[in-house]
Design a protein around this ligand. Structure first.
Ligand code: SF4
Length: 281
């Protein structure tokens, strides 16, 4: 299965002034979804997305897809409008999973109940992706995340109670976090009940046009080297329960705006090194 990135046209309360205007300090103008399609009707976005992915794959091999509403906060807006967009994606037979990126402070009970109905109606999985990044409130403050761990815990419980799957995003490499802080985040997530469905582990990318980028230009704080990243990553992976699916072990930030660490732009080398380190550990 391949993932195609879609847009719902939502903004983010951490950017539109509801919570703040600056956004999370690492977040680029694209709202953490720099590879998403242009804002077209969902069926057109899906057609374009599939065409793009299939151009790189062997012909007619019956691929299936995950519709991923990635950029900004995709449950931040009118529930009925959003549910109708999500349904447009689920109607497509080639789509087997709907994945929705959002914030835990933007998921109403009404939205959860509508998503549950959609999941039952189409008998397809719905994943909710929450950008937690770290369990430490000091980090939340420093990255201007705009909500506390308690808010995450509450949303997690409500989503799981409704039978929806939850994937949590974690960033490895904030310059003020020690290795033990990062492991504490993953340990916390690995001990959640009910068990966490999925996790995305992501290297901290410093991008142009972000607050973090400005700080880096001034201070040149430490960013992880590839061996440092691999070493922490392996320790994180070992903490996770077998039921938690690892959806991402790194990421490649858009090269045009990537400031640091530059080694992360060489995806092939990064993946080969991670493979080697994981095998040897
Ligand atoms: S919540 Fe997501 S979209 Fe909003 S500022 Fe933070 S990273 Fe960006």
């Amino acid at each position: 299965m391949y993932k195609i990135s879609l847009q719902s046209g939502c903004s983010c309360p951490n950017r539109d002034g509801t919570i703040s205007r600056g956004g999370c300090t690492f977040c680029s103008e694209g709202g953490s979804g720099d590879f998403a399609a242009a804002l077209l009707p969902v069926d057109e976005q899906i057609e374009l997305g599939i065409k793009m992915v299939e151009s790189k794959l062997p012909k007619n091999s019956g691929h299936k897809f995950i519709a991923y509403f990635q950029s900004y906060t995709n449950t931040y807006g009118d529930t009925q409008r959003l549910i109708s967009l999500f349904e447009d994606a689920l109607k497509d037979e080639r789509i087997l999973v709907l994945s929705i990126g959002t914030r835990p402070d933007c998921i109403s009970d009404d939205m959860i109940s509508e998503l549950r109905k959609l999941q039952d109606k189409y008998d397809k999985k719905i994943w909710i992706e929450l950008g937690l990044q770290s369990v430490h409130d000091e980090t939340a403050r420093r990255i201007n995340r705009g909500y506390t761990l308690k808010v995450f815990d509450d949303a997690y419980r409500r989503l799981k109670d409704a039978g929806l799957s939850v994937i949590v995003h974690v960033i490895i490499g904030f310059p003020w976090e020690e290795e033990e802080d990062i492991l504490a985040t993953v340990r916390y997530l690995s001990e959640l009940t009910p068990v966490l469905d999925g996790i995305k582990l992501q290297l901290l990318h410093v991008l142009k046009g972000t607050k973090l980028g400005e700080e880096y230009e001034k201070e040149h704080f430490h960013v992880l080297s590839l061996p440092e990243y691999c070493s922490i990553l392996v320790k994180c992976l070992k903490l996770l329960p077998a039921e938690t699916v690892v959806h991402r072990i790194t990421g490649d930030g858009p090269k045009k705006i990537l400031i640091a660490p530059l080694w992360s732009g060489d995806k092939k080398r990064v993946l080969n090194t991670i493979n080697k380190v994981v095998r040897e550990s």
